[in-house]
Design a protein around this ligand. Structure first.
Ligand code: SF4
Length: 478
């Protein structure tokens, strides 16, 4: 079948790509690669991948594609679902014979509800959908394909579950798909060099953080990995396909979950001279950090989440605050840059713990930070707890995760801590972290060291200040 993989147009600047653990518009222009769509696209010969938000494409741009295809696969998410259904309906109106399928965590956890949202959706692919979609694209009857939920004579039918991919080397490389259909220059992440490229070397995370979307919905809690040789081969290919790329990012949930393997990949990359970065948990031993650093590691993205131990326990982070402090010190000593992520409004949060976390952030002092509000995504344990405990407004639906502009909203609220206070604390957190003499000096020094960064940092700075201004005016819940 002539197949289109579509990350649909959405809120302006909305980031719903694979690395976007929170699908939302960020403080500064920020786009992850649509790796989850690129992977099945690599399995379907001559398919087209369109990532509308980074390419600046609108509904009017993508709807005509309906007439040129037999199958469209839309990647959806809880916050964008309603809008994505609108895109599907517009495409179906253009080509009533078009087979429309939805994929993503939202439909994995609510297959029936998602299907029933619109007659324009013919099927949803649950679980890992790479080979599911490949089989649909081969024209096999929907009833014979594992992992599909579809409408059969008006009745929602769920086929058997799709087995998880165990042989990760059986998945073809995604970088040739990026090369064919995407522009690396359209993708930027504030803390990564530009242009960058990202890919997965494995799926799943061993940790069980109650708020975390992917491992609880699609990826699972076993870290299933590609072989070292397979990863190094793709990095070498990526280097050849994208000579302009300045950095490679391993987007695995926790690349350091298998330390010997992480070290082996690092050693394999050494001869390529590639600068690379990855997601890591703040418990990696110094010796491992040293091996990674000696073999090209530049930056780690680390989920510190909270400076309060009880909150970390509440969300099953599996991390001790004192261990994370030592990790931060090790990174500083070894010259590894850290982008630290924090979450406000997790269960157990109070005004005092917010203060504690801001102090902690200043102590561990990552180079850059991201502060999010706790987002209860359907399919996560935190969502379940929020429902049970009445932390969600009675009339809330999933679209309440983002504002009319696509920025994050504080969906949770507690009797002792209102959502407005959580949201305002995000602004205060950023200001108190960045507007310190030491941090301002550090950021200025970076501009002097890397004059090529100046224009970018000035643009991002202006976007960031605009974000803080707009954020303060945004109503907490629509
Ligand atoms: S360690 Fe990170 S990726 Fe793993 S479950 Fe926790 S938040 Fe998610």
């Amino acid at each position: 079948m002539r197949t289109l993989f579509l990350n649909p147009p959405s809120y302006q600047g909305f980031d719903g790509g694979a690395g976007a653990r929170y699908q939302a518009k960020r403080e500064i222009r920020s786009y992850w690669y649509p790796t989850w769509l690129a992977q099945p696209a690599a399995l379907v010969p001559d398919s087209l991948l369109v990532d509308a938000p980074p390419a600046g494409l609108t509904l009017a741009d993508v709807v005509p594609l309906a007439r040129q295809h037999d199958l469209v696969v839309l990647h959806t998410s809880s916050p964008t679902f309603r809008g994505d259904v609108g895109v599907a309906e517009a495409m179906k109106a253009q080509n009533p014979a078009l087979l429309v399928g939805f994929v993503g965590a939202k439909v994995a956890v609510e297959p029936a509800g998602s299907l029933l949202a619109s007659d324009a959706i013919d099927f949803v692919a649950r679980e890992e959908f790479d080979f599911t979609i490949a089989e649909v694209a081969q024209g096999r009857p929907l009833g014979s394909i594992d992992g599909i939920s579809y409408r059969d004579n008006g009745k929602v039918t769920h086929n058997a579950d799709r087995a998880m991919v165990e042989d990760m080397d059986s998945l073809p490389f995604v970088t040739p798909v990026y090369k064919r259909h995407l522009r690396a220059e359209d993708y930027s992440i504030g803390y990564l060099r530009h242009p960058y490229i990202s890919l997965y070397t494995g799926r799943g995370c061993r940790s069980r953080c109650t708020f975390c979307l992917w491992p609880q919905t699609v990826g699972g809690h076993r870290y299933r990995t590609r072989s070292v040789g397979n990863v190094v081969e793709e990095v070498e290919l990526a280097q050849h396909l994208f000579p302009q790329v300045k950095e490679l990012f391993f987007d695995d949930d926790t690349f350091t979950d298998d330390r010997p393997r992480a070290e082996a990949i690092a050693r394999g990359l050494a001869r390529l001279g590639m600068t690379w970065s990855c997601n890591a948990k703040a418990n990696v031993p110094r010796e491992t950090l040293r091996v990674l650093k000696d073999n090209g590691l530049r930056l780690v993205v680390v989920g510190y989440e909270s400076g309060n131990q009880q909150i970390l326990n509440n969300v099953k982070k599996g991390l001790r605050v004192d261990r994370a402090r030592r990790f931060a010190q090790d990174c500083r000593d070894l010259g590894i840059t850290v982008h630290g992520t924090f979450i406000l409004g997790l269960p157990g949060e109070t005004r005092e713990t917010i203060e504690e976390t801001i102090r902690y952030a200043k102590d561990v002092n990552p180079h850059t930070i991201q502060v999010s509000v706790a987002a209860p995504y359907p399919g996560t344990e935190m969502y379940q707890r929020a429902k049970e405990n009445g932390w969600l407004p009675d009339d809330s639906d999933d679209s309440a995760l983002v504002s009319a502009q696509g920025t994050q909203l504080p969906a949770l609220s507690y009797p002792h801590l209102e959502h407005t206070e959580i949201l305002n604390s995000v602004d205060s957190f950023y200001k108190r972290f960045y507007f310190r003499a030491g941090k301002l000096a550090e950021m200025s020094a970076e501009l002097f060291r890397r004059p090529d960064m100046a224009a970018r940092r000035l643009r991002e700075g202006a976007e960031f200040v605009r974000f803080l201004g707009r954020h303060a005016r945004t109503p907490a819940v629509p």
